[in-house]
Design a protein around this ligand. Structure first.
Ligand code: ZN
Length: 237
């Protein structure tokens, strides 16, 4: 018995796997944090929501840029638009980015009937993560998601890129400053929310530079993914 345990430990060490880490992962399984989306890596996960209404291929352009920097992001696309663009969903996953459920048409789920809310979730992109539109959910949505094999994923840091400031949507510089000045608790092992339609994609290169300068690392891109988003997130060590 003792020998077997020793051999198991020895093989863990031989594989370069720290047994302490697997214990932590086991503990974390009972302790899923919706705002961290299963990110237990300490790294930062960038997320891109909704749709590039003025240019759908903005999603894959920024996806290629992130891939070139070795970074894996997550996209929560509104399926009403994404369903017309299988190519975009496929290419993003090929670039190593998760593409997950953000409902069919982006309503406040909590304002819908049971049937209505379920239809919106079922009509969303097939994935194991659900980001309720506006981050608006309650116990009912959590149960529905779980019944459909999904975990809820919100965010720790809202870039407020959707706000109109002065003569238009918040500038890339302002978005960059919000992320740079946000507390460590929102960045270490955190989830950054931005949108495809506003200036977040323009800000992302600067955000990466700033956070690297502050000592943060981003979810590492380890190649193509499928519709399943694992828990803990596969972000690299
Ligand atoms: Zn949204």
């Amino acid at each position: 018995m003792r020998t077997a345990a020793f051999l198991a430990l020895a093989s863990f060490l031989a594989l370069g796997v720290n047994p302490t880490d697997s214990t932590e992962a086991g503990a974390a399984a009972e302790d899923y944090s919706a705002s961290r989306c299963g990110n237990t890596s300490g790294r930062v996960l960038l997320t891109f929501d909704d749709w590039g209404y003025s240019d759908p291929y903005r999603a894959t352009a920024v996806g290629e840029y992130l891939r070139s920097r070795g970074i894996r992001a997550a996209y929560f696309l509104v399926n009403e638009f994404a369903q017309e663009h299988d190519d975009i969903v496929r290419e993003l996953r090929g670039q190593g980015h998760w593409v997950a459920n953000h409902s069919y048409s982006h309503p406040h789920l909590t304002r819908l009937t049971d049937d209505g809310a379920r239809q919106e979730i079922e009509g969303g992109i097939r994935s194991t993560l659900l980001r309720p539109p506006y981050g608006d959910y309650g116990p009912r949505e959590e149960t529905m998601a779980a019944d459909l094999g999904m975990r809820i994923c919100t965010w720790t840091l809202d870039t407020l890129d959707w706000e109109v400031t002065g003569d238009g949507y918040r500038s890339a510089e302002s978005i960059r400053a919000i992320v740079r000045d946000a507390p460590a608790s929102e960045k270490a092992g955190g989830v950054v929310l931005g949108h495809l339609e506003y200036h977040f994609p323009d800000a992302v290169g600067g955000i990466i530079d700033d956070l690297h300068a502050q000592g943060y690392l981003f979810c590492r891109n380890s190649g193509p993914v499928d519709e399943s988003v694992p828990f803990p997130l596969d972000c690299g060590e």
